[in-house]
Design a protein around this ligand. Structure first.
Ligand code: AN7
Length: 376
């Protein structure tokens, strides 16, 4: 008899720093679908195969659940009763949910007025203490790093190494689903934890154990039985108004419609830079208009509704296929980090400008002409 899926710690126990003493706090995160894009590749006339790892289907609607099951389980093992994070929204939702499951208090620092309503609703419903600060994510992050010395709270931002451990499992899932590593992996970059976690996952899956590997420290858990020989080139994409990797340093007042990645001082800067350099990848940036256009295109061509920040990985894949940087026939994966339902305000705003939305009397003739008028 097969047993039900119990979450990623259970699934990858031998690859994670947990023991039988670790109380596993899980909401059955992970095991997300790898969806092949069918219409967009045709439109751009490529023979590249494009896949989306849809992380918006995690329990709180973003990839953050992968890291949070690890961070909260380890905090529980260490006896923590409260956790704290700074967040542009998704980390706060995940921290709040896993803290609720663990019976802990979550304190979340969020930038005033700059988080998507769905994420705020989640943190409130899961029972976190919401601390709205008159400042941005980077200010909140600076405060969180100092508060842990002043109050008995465990930090669950991605500077907590267990977060990246959990997040690396997405790379394992991709390699297992494809039977090999992709040639290119495209991913949005904000605080830069996720790209670092994926690179750790791909490196471990290849049992690389190379001297130059900055992450697995000669202890690749797949060393004896690598899942794959190769590792992908890592392509990190940022919003133009919040692109410290493109400016090669901090951005003082980051601004973008993609509030999830409105971050100017990424905490995992060095790790992410190493991942991109070592893999032979690159960083690039996109304007808000380009991000929103791809969010819409993914939804109305592929049936995948993600939040703005998440669409940027597909922006990158499409541009780099079109300009030939990614060659024909390549196998390309894109992490789509969060669910579109988190930020319906932005979605409705952009569709009101362009969408087909009419109001009519409740009469058969009116419905008939509305339909026939659009079927020509
Ligand atoms: C949808 O929630 O930083 O580069 O505080 O929510 O690992 O930071 C969110 C980040 C991409 C960037 N896509 O990932 C937070 C937070 C979505 C996100 C990112 C975030 P990282």
């Amino acid at each position: 008899m097969s047993s039900p899926y119990k979450g990623l710690i259970d699934r990858y126990r031998s690859r994670l720093p947990v023991s039988t003493d670790t109380p596993v706090i899980s909401l059955c995160e992970g095991d997300t679908p790898l969806i092949e894009l069918t219409n967009i590749p045709k439109e751009i006339g490529t023979s590249a195969r494009m896949y989306v790892k849809f992380e918006g289907l995690n329990p709180t609607g973003s990839f953050k659940d992968r890291g949070m099951t690890m961070a909260i389980s380890k905090a529980a093992e260490e006896g923590a009763r409260a956790v704290v994070c700074a967040s542009t929204g998704n980390t706060s939702a995940a921290a709040a949910a896993y803290a609720a499951k663990a019976g802990m208090t979550a304190f979340v620092l969020i930038p005033e007025g700059k988080i998507a309503m769905g994420k705020l609703a989640q943190a409130m419903m899961y029972g976190a203490v919401i601390i709205q600060i008159r400042g941005n994510f980077d200010d909140g992050m600076g405060l969180v790093k100092r508060i842990a010395d002043e109050a008995p709270v465990a930090i669950v931002n991605s500077i907590n190494p267990y977060r990246l451990q959990g997040q690396k499992t997405a790379a394992f899932e991709i390699v297992e689903a494809l039977g090999r590593a992709p040639d290119y992996h495209c991913i949005p970059v904000g605080n830069a934890g996720n790209i670092s976690g994926y690179w750790m996952g791909y490196s471990e899956a290849s049992g690389c154990n190379t001297a130059s590997c900055t992450l697995c420290d000669g202890n690749c858990p797949y060393l004896d039985q690598p899942l794959t020989q190769a590792r992908p080139r890592m392509l990190g994409y940022q919003a133009a108004g919040a692109a410290p990797f493109m400016r090669n340093g901090k951005v003082e007042n980051p601004e973008t419609v993609a509030t999830a990645i409105r971050i100017g001082n990424p905490q995992s800067f060095a790790l992410a830079k190493a991942a991109v350099d070592e893999s032979g990848g690159w960083f690039d940036e996109f304007t808000d208009d380009e991000i929103l256009a791809m969010q819409k295109r993914l939804a109305d061509r592929e049936g995948i509704f993600c939040e703005p920040a998440s669409a940027i990985s597909v922006c990158g894949a499409v541009r780099d296929i079109e300009n030939g940087r990614i060659g024909d026939g390549a196998l390309v994966t894109c992490t789509v980090t969060g669910n579109g339902l988190k930020d319906t305000d932005i979605a409705i705003q952009q569709c009101q400008k362009t969408g087909d939305f009419i109001t009519i009397d409740a009469e058969l003739d009116a419905v008939k002409s509305a339909i026939l008028g659009r079927l020509n």
